[in-house]
Design a protein around this ligand. Structure first.
Ligand SMILES: [Zn+2]
Length: 168
């Protein structure tokens, strides 16, 4: 049987591909319960929804709805799978959603990756100590996600290309 982590990361990758097709940053996220039932899927929708906060992890948390609140009451441990190390906003969202395991395809050292920076700042130790973190578990999925991000680099909605267009 296929590894569950790789199965759900692959699902997140499919969401990221769909984001790219919608001309927005290619990030996908998937939430499952502790026996690996699918709870929700999300993807980046910043450009289609014209909403700077419409990140994949937030999208998945919103779509999970009541299940997230019930999980807290029932002490159920949900997992979120995501393309990229979450930004500071999504890191906060994950902690608010009481998610107990975070798995991502690529660390984000150059962009707005925030999870490890905030965790390492030791400012919310009681929260972070309850969350299992798995970084970059699969080299093949990491490469596939990098490929999507490279494809994003030529998209006209990319800020770098928007700036170029303004200056031309
Ligand atoms: Zn985010």
């Amino acid at each position: 049987m296929m590894d569950k982590d790789s199965y759900y990361l692959e699902m997140a990758l499919n969401e990221a591909e769909q984001s790219l097709e919608e001309n927005t940053y290619p990030i996908g996220a998937v939430i499952v319960d502790e026996i690996f039932n699918l709870i929700s899927k999300g993807r980046n929708r910043v450009h289609p929804q014209q909403d700077a906060t419409a990140h994949a992890e937030i999208d998945a948390i919103r779509s999970a709805g009541q299940a997230i609140l019930n999980a807290k009451v029932n002490r159920e441990k949900f997992t979120i799978y995501t393309s990229l190390e979450p930004c500071p906003m999504c890191t906060g969202g994950i902690l608010f959603a009481n998610i107990k395991k975070v798995v991502w395809m690529i660390n984000d050292d150059l962009g707005f990756g925030g999870y490890r920076k905030i965790k390492d700042a030791n400012v919310f130790d009681d929260r972070f100590s309850e969350v299992v973190l798995i970084e970059e578990p699969f080299e093949d999925l990491k490469k596939k996600q990098i490929n999507l991000m490279e494809r994003w680099s030529i998209n006209s909605n990319n800020i770098v290309n928007l700036r170029k267009a303004v200056n031309e």
